[in-house]
Design a protein around this ligand. Structure first.
Ligand SMILES: [Mn+2]
Length: 159
């Protein structure tokens, strides 16, 4: 197996929180590339509509190929004739905390600017395609407040 130039050492990797990025990509079709730093690559999903930043919105997220870690800061033009030709801008970025991960479900908390809170990526296999996932934010915030307050269940939501 070829070793990639690794900008972060194993020790750094343990010390530093994992990162994520969402790149808005004006290609043939506008989409948002959602990428999680994971397994020393950027695990990537293409989201055809603007990714959710509040609970109750579910978006299709189509698994696409892993990208190298140094792509996390990429913004600019992918030239005509190359795959994904068009303009890429960073729509959101930050760090995340992984809660659980199985073959078909990834639970994580994003700490970005637009995307904040607990999210789930769920492989639905929609239309028979295992690359089809859903991404959505959970309604955890209220639960967390209730837990933190320990005042018992039924505090009305403040917003
Ligand atoms: Mn793309």
């Amino acid at each position: 197996m070829a070793l990639r130039a690794a900008p972060r050492s194993a020790i750094e990797e343990q010390a530093l929180p994992a990162r994520f990025v969402v790149q808005e990509h004006h290609a043939t079709r506008l989409h948002w590339d959602f990428r999680l730093e994971m397994d020393r690559v950027l695990k990537s999903w293409a989201v055809p509509k603007e990714p959710p930043f509040k609970p109750g919105v579910r978006r299709l997220a189509v698994e696409v190929e892993d990208h190298p870690l140094d792509y996390i800061d990429f913004q600019g033009e992918i030239p005509e004739g190359e795959y994904g030709a068009g303009t890429v801008t960073v729509w959101d970025k930050g760090v995340y905390e992984l809660s659980s991960r199985t073959e078909n479900k990834i639970v994580f908390t994003l700490n970005g600017v637009k995307m904040r809170g607990e999210y789930i990526l769920l492989r639905t296999g929609f239309q028979g395609d295992p690359k089809n996932w859903l991404i959505f934010q959970t309604k955890q915030e209220g639960q967390r407040e209730a837990k933190a307050g320990k005042a018992g269940g039924n505090r009305p939501s403040e917003r």
